[in-house]
Write a protein that binds this ligand. Structure first.
Ligand code: SF4
Length: 442
């Protein structure tokens, strides 16, 4: 069994801020109270299983066992196919199409699959049973299965569960569901601490950790951690800051354990990263002079590396289809630091509270849309005739064939884009498709 290899799951009998920047002088007051176009129609998004691709790289002693169909196995295999460095820490237990009657057998078979897996892989310390559309349709109760298996395998292995089903989740919500399932496992603590919430590439996490340490903030935890032994403690004196905008359930779970959110921009671009760090520093009582000494030089370098792309991107019009929920902070970065004009910013879900600082900085004329009716949105996109479209893989090729430049939104989730050192690379990701199209047109 290896990365993306399927376990045959023979189920006999079953079928299956303090420091939030303000709009610049002369700017209108942003989009925070602007009407949102809400659409509920056909969607073109990946399901929450996709999150396994980056989560299994991050939590190095975890294994993700999808309980699903061959379609689920194919999705994970092809999504992970772009990650050539991936370690083999996920698999699919395929529910066979027999009959719908024998759930007892399904549980027994799942127990057998897990026993075989854990016997062969003593390195696994956390096992996630990941629900899918098929497991939900046959009402296989994975939370009970996780409880049963935890009792059997603790303290060596913790068995948790969450749903990555496309019935319930879109693309990045799989991470939210996974992290929310970890929150009850976090140790309790009374001491003051800072928790950074949301998967960051290791290189980005290291940069932030170094900066927090240089500011004298020692007690910093990251959720998810690289290793399950390093689950960050939580309690009423924990202040948490989101590194990703799609973590509504995780935030609620942390707050139910007493943690308090630090409102901030998301750490994209020089401005976003600087304000994100500043919000955390202010909440933790860091001296402003020390903050400036630690952050100032890196921020100046980031501004310089972003500025190189401004001449090519300024005034270009960009249209976001809803995919990753990163769309509002990306649009803020592109408009504020590169002078691009966001025509429509679509997002699968708009968490107004978590995104309030971002929405306040979007140009007032930006159209915000939540959810999707893909045909109507395509009509709006054609009518707007933008210079660049950010969308899922399924829409990119047809739009390219029509002559539009596109950027795959999934690339923005798989790439390290947060933080000062990555700000120039983030700008470059948007510059590249425009440059490619300009070359094609020569
Ligand atoms: S979980 Fe649902 S949407 Fe996702 S691959 Fe499986 S069947 Fe398809």
């Amino acid at each position: 069994m290896g990365a993306g290899h399927s376990i045959r799951f023979r189920v006999s009998g079953a079928r299956v801020m303090t420091a939030i920047p303000q709009p610049l002088p002369g700017e209108q007051s942003g989009c925070h109270s602007a009407p949102v176009l809400r659409e509920r129609g056909q969607r073109e998004v990946f399901c929450g299983l996709t999150g396994i691709v980056w989560l299994h790289r991050k939590i190095q002693d975890a294994f993700f066992l999808v309980v699903g169909s061959r379609t689920c196995a194919h999705l994970i295999q092809s999504a992970a196919g772009v990650m050539i460095f991936a370690e083999p820490r996920f698999a699919t237990a395929i529910i066979e199409e027999r009959d719908l009657a024998g759930l007892a057998d399904a549980n027994e078979e799942l127990d057998r699959v897990v026993a075989r897996l854990l016997e062969r892989r003593p390195d696994i310390k956390v096992l996630f049973l990941v629900g899918s559309c098929p497991s939900e349709v046959i009402k296989l109760d994975l939370s009970r299965a996780a409880e049963r298996l935890s009792q059997r395998y603790l303290p060596q292995v913790r068995v948790l569960n969450y749903s990555g089903s496309g019935i319930e989740t879109t693309f990045t919500q799989g991470e939210d569901a996974c992290l929310a399932s970890l929150v009850p496992e976090l140790p309790s603590a009374a001491e003051p601490s800072l928790m950074v919430v949301g998967t960051l590439a290791d290189v980005v996490e290291d940069q932030f950790r170094r900066m927090f340490q240089a500011m004298g903030i020692g007690a910093v935890g990251f959720l998810p951690p690289r290793n399950s032994a390093a689950l960050p403690p939580v309690g009423p004196n924990t202040r948490y800051i989101l590194a990703q905008p799609f973590l509504g359930d995780t935030a609620r779970a942390l707050e139910s354990r007493g943690a308090i959110r630090i409102p901030a921009l998301f750490p994209l671009g020089a401005e976003g990263t600087s304000q994100w760090l500043q919000a955390a520093a202010t909440a933790l009582g860091v001296d402003p002079t020390l903050f400036e000494r630690v952050v100032g030089p890196a921020c100046a370098r980031a501004r310089k590396s972003v500025a190189r792309y401004r001449p090519a991107l300024e005034g270009r019009r960009i249209f976001f289809f809803p995919d990753s929920q990163l769309e509002p902070p990306l649009a803020r970065f592109l408009s504020r630091e590169l002078g691009m004009q966001p025509v429509e910013v679509g997002t699968p879900f708009l968490h107004r509270e978590h995104l309030a600082p971002e929405l306040a900085l979007l140009p007032a004329e930006t159209r915000l849309s939540e959810g999707q009716d893909v045909e109507r949105q395509l009509d709006r996109c054609h009518a707007a005739d933008p210079d660049l479209v950010v969308c899922g893989l399924g829409l990119a090729n047809p739009l390219e064939a029509e002559g539009l430049a596109t950027k795959w939104s999934i690339e923005l989730v798989f790439s390290p884009i947060q933080g000062f050192e990555q700000a120039g690379d983030l700008a470059e990701l948007f510059h590249r498709p425009l440059e490619r199209r300009a070359r094609l047109e020569v």
